[in-house]
Design a protein around this ligand. Structure first.
Ligand code: GLN
Length: 188
């Protein structure tokens, strides 16, 4: 099936994800209404502000159809706020809870605790520049749920994790000018 990648475009860094998809040569469309989900094979939920994204997603009636589509096998990539929404954990915001992974919001602190660090990605060609902006942390239990694969680490911390057809990154791969992570996602 040819790839058609949606980019949730209610708030946050959606424009830059679209630019990376263009550089990958992938077909894409912005998603603002349930009808925009039609025919998508993949979707990116960008970074931004997860509480606002959740509110707007609910307002546009998007959350339930989005969760259904992902539950039915559409591949999903959540970056930062997007990973918070895909994962599980205490509100705010209420989570979609599609990936049974605890994602702790603002886990490094406030805006001034944002940072850049090397992410080790041995299976994706080596290190990647991770831009962490008010980033969350993914808390994996000693025995993570089956289907969980840690693809990126910053020190010991898992910062990019695949769970089935979902990819969660706590950093912003759309800000670096690299296409490696997006290409990996499009191949999922
Ligand atoms: N801290 C933000 C939130 O809670 C996420 C930040 C980001 O996406 N860069 O939604």
């Amino acid at each position: 099936m040819p790839v058609l990648c949606g980019v949730l475009a209610v708030q946050g860094s959606f424009g830059l994800h679209a630019r990376v998809l263009e550089r990958c040569g992938a077909a894409w469309r912005e998603v603002r209404t349930p009808a925009d989900l039609e025919g998508l094979t993949h979707i990116i939920i960008p970074g931004g502000e997860s509480t606002t994204m959740h509110k707007l997603g609910a307002h546009y009636g998007l959350l339930a159809p989005l969760a259904r589509a992902i539950g039915n096998g559409m591949a999903a990539f959540g970056t930062c706020a997007g990973a918070i929404l895909l994962g599980d954990g205490p509100p705010p915001p209420p989570r979609l809870g599609l990936a049974p992974l605890i994602v702790v919001r603002n886990a490094y602190g406030r805006q001034k605790e944002s940072f850049t660090a090397d992410v080790a990605m041995p299976s994706l060609g080596g290190s990647f520049r991770g831009i962490f902006i008010r980033a969350p942390k993914i808390e994996l239990p000693p025995a993570p749920p089956p289907g969980t694969e840690v693809l990126g680490r910053c020190g010991d911390a898992p910062v990019m994790v695949k769970y089935g057809r979902m990819l969660l990154a706590t950093f912003h791969p759309e800000l670096t000018g690299e296409t490696r992570v997006h290409r990996f996602f499009l191949d999922m």
